[in-house]
Design a binder for this molecule. Structure first.
Ligand code: HEC
Ligand code: HEC
Ligand code: HEC
Ligand code: HEC
Ligand code: HEC
Ligand code: HEC
Length: 486
């Protein structure tokens, strides 16, 4: 719907949503168009006359997988003033090479691509009025428009390509279509065929190593990755995709919870695509903090790209305070969130907190929003309100382990151990394979003096994730303690 406003009322748990027009109509992109212009959008800022980056943001406001701060986006606005784009961080959403795994729409993939980073836009391939591509892709003319003549976009030359590398597919077959190799299609919910917009180069060698997909065997279903890797090694001895492998490996390991900060840092040094720099930093924020990570974050805090600065704000350090006043909202949010976690008394930064609270209120009908409200209430010293919000988050999504864990932590901090135990028992019943949940249950059990039960939970944690270092350490010290007290 065009001009949709959610209007969720938290106290009554009801919606009074409104919209301007059904479907994606002219005013979505030309907000001043008669007879029913969009309220609050400036007539002067029309998609037709915007610079390419801002025009693409209009498309992204609908075609992105992102966290939403509000529903007041207007053409001319920066995407990052209203949304936090999802990057290849959580497992199950993207593959480590940026290809779509879950249904992710187009923006993230395209930003991760070399072509997107060079400033090619959605409108270079799509006609916004018909939804059709500007030229047919079936005969490659859509791509050859730039790649046959090495067209220059913002100083970047489109590399010459005439199609399938010699020694692979027949250029007259469907295997000769640029789009089939660089934008393979996956179908979601049985009826949504989606082209991958990360414009990857198919790399069967990496498929063998870490399981990322490649267009070759997505189409040659009767062949395996070994075959495809062998064909390519013969066809192109010096493969371009080799340069990208260290990054993909580092991201893959991090997605699996085994990130190595040295590998991530090395990849970051060589990375010229901002969305990948942001991805690497987001993964680093989940590794144990080291001076090298902190230094990288400090440098990234002055990056020209807001995605990168927002990722830098997720890593503790003195730069976070400056980022609280960043001109871009997604960066301010990330900084405020970081501050909340490391220094919960943020009263002197009330402006950033108010803004974060507004975003949380906007999403209060979702578990993520209620969790944020709970954290904010805790920071304000209002544990009663925090409890209400945690219980609401659990009610909204009883299958997610995180709300139980955070709620139990709040209860444990108040020394309400039996209440905390109750939450953690429900949590581990809902998600028995979650190592962190088993570990946290063990902590509560040992606080209560239930050592053998704690030991069982720690063993379950290590079964679920043999690399869970905290569980390993806790198990060792618990065993020692139990031996000593005998
Ligand atoms: C999804 C966004 C979008 C929607 C919806 C949209 N337009 Fe456009 N429109 C654009 C963009 C972007 C341009 C700039 C030219 C281009 O790149 O095609 C444009 C250009 C135009 C132009 C200038 C002439 C031209 O074709 O370049 C007119 C007139 C126009 N649009 C009218 C409309 C009308 C009428 C509607 C509703 C029926 C509409 N547009 C819906 C994005 C949109
Ligand atoms: C107000 C939300 C909105 C905006 C803004 C928007 N789109 Fe869409 N677009 C949609 C929806 C909804 C669909 C249909 C669902 C789908 O295929 O994802 C769609 C479909 C499409 C399709 C597929 C059309 C087809 O027939 O299969 C293309 C291509 C597309 N949009 C490109 C663009 C581009 C380029 C822009 C920016 C100029 C843009 N859109 C802006 C909501 C939007
Ligand atoms: C408007 C011009 C333009 C069009 C149209 C275009 N490209 Fe590109 N493409 C570029 C430019 C410029 C680069 C190089 C960016 C760089 O080197 O930083 C590029 C880079 C690429 C790359 C290299 C990606 C990488 O990560 O190494 C691939 C693959 C690619 N394009 C495929 C395609 C395909 C497939 C199509 C058609 C669906 C297409 N391009 C259409 C301009 C274009
Ligand atoms: C059969 C699969 C296949 C098809 C079809 C195909 N490509 Fe590629 N493309 C590849 C592979 C593999 C590479 C890596 C080549 C290398 O390592 O030298 C590549 C590399 C590229 C690059 C990066 C080149 C560079 O120097 O950075 C671009 C750009 C590109 N292709 C564009 C296209 C365009 C445009 C078409 C259609 C005219 C096309 N490709 C068709 C498989 C394909
Ligand atoms: C290099 C060319 C190119 C660029 C740039 C590009 N697309 Fe596409 N897109 C395609 C092709 C080709 C298809 C498949 C069209 C078809 O099947 O008819 C497609 C399909 C789509 C679809 C239909 C559903 C799907 O996912 O396959 C949507 C929506 C879409 N693109 C949105 C976007 C948006 C938004 C952007 C900018 C972030 C964008 N595209 C940039 C080439 C491009
Ligand atoms: C969209 C489908 C598609 C994609 C993607 C694709 N191919 Fe093909 N390929 C074909 C078709 C169709 C033929 C022609 C088959 C025939 O003539 O029997 C072919 C032929 C070939 C052949 C020669 C015939 C054979 O089976 O030995 C090789 C080798 C080959 N492809 C390798 C590759 C490699 C490597 C990739 C990835 C870089 C790739 N293909 C991607 C469809 C595809």
């Amino acid at each position: 719907m065009t001009g949709y406003r959610k209007h969720y009322n938290r106290s009554t748990d009801t919606y009074s949503s409104t919209y301007k027009q059904m479907g994606v109509t002219c005013i979505a992109c030309h907000p001043a168009a008669a007879p029913d212009p969009i309220d609050g959008c400036t007539a002067r800022r029309d998609t037709r006359t915007l610079p390419p980056r801002l025009a693409s943001a209009v498309c992204a406001s609908c075609h992105a997988r992102a966290e939403t701060f509000d529903d007041s986006f207007c053409p001319g606005d920066l995407f990052e003033d209203h949304y936090q784009l999802e990057l290849p961080v959580a497992p199950g959403v993207f593959y480590a090479n940026g290809m779509q795994r879950d249904e992710v729409f187009c923006e993230t993939g395209f930003r991760l691509s070399r072509m997107g980073a060079a400033g090619v836009t959605c409108m270079d391939c799509h006609d916004p009025h018909t939804g059709e591509t500007l030229l047919p892709w079936e005969d490659n003319s859509l791509c050859l428009r730039c790649h046959a003549i090495q067209k220059v976009i913002n100083g970047k030359k489109a590399p010459y390509s005439a199609g399938a590398p010699e020694g692979t597919c027949d250029r007259q077959s469907i295997g000769g279509r640029c789009v089939e190799c660089h934008m393979p299609e996956s179908t979601y919910m049985a009826r949504d065929p989606r082209r991958d917009h990360s414009l990857n180069i198919p790399d069967p060698q990496l498929s063998l190593e870490i399981g990322t997909p490649n267009a070759c065997t997505m189409c040659h279903r009767d062949k395996n990755d070994e075959w495809a890797a062998h064909v390519l090694a013969r066809a192109i001895p010096h493969q371009l995709m080799e340069q990208r492998r260290p990054r993909t490996r580092a991201v893959h390991a991090a997605m699996m919870g085994q990130g190595k900060s040295a590998d991530l840092l090395r990849a970051l040094q060589h990375e010229d695509i901002p969305a990948w720099r942001a991805t690497l930093l987001e993964h680093m924020s989940r590794c144990p903090l080291t001076p090298a990570i902190q230094e990288a974050a400090q440098r990234a805090a002055t990056d020209a790209d807001a995605l990168v600065r927002a990722a830098a704000a997720g890593i503790p350090g003195p730069h976070v305070v400056d980022l609280l006043h960043d001109p871009v909202r997604s960066v301010r949010h990330a900084a405020a969130w970081r501050m909340l976690q490391s220094a919960p008394q943020l009263s002197s930064e009330s402006a950033s907190l108010d803004e974060l609270r507004n975003a949380a209120e906007f999403r209060a009908d979702q578990p993520g929003g209620t969790m944020l409200l709970a954290t904010l209430a805790q920071a304000a010293g209002n544990t009663h309100e925090a409890e209400i919000q945690y219980r609401r988050a659990i009610e909204l999504d009883p299958s997610s382990p995180v709300p139980y864990m955070d709620y139990a932590l709040l209860l444990a901090r108040q020394n309400r151990m039996t209440d905390a135990l109750k939450q953690m028992l429900t949590c581990t019943k809902t998600a028995p394979q979650n190592a962190e949940a088993q570990y946290r249950l063990a902590l509560v059990l040992s606080e209560l003096g239930l050592y053998p039960a704690a030991l069982t939970s720690l063993e379950r944690a290590l079964q679920a994730d043999p690399h869970h270092e905290a569980a390993q350490a806790a198990k060792e010290s618990l065993l020692q303690f139990m031996t000593n007290s005998h």
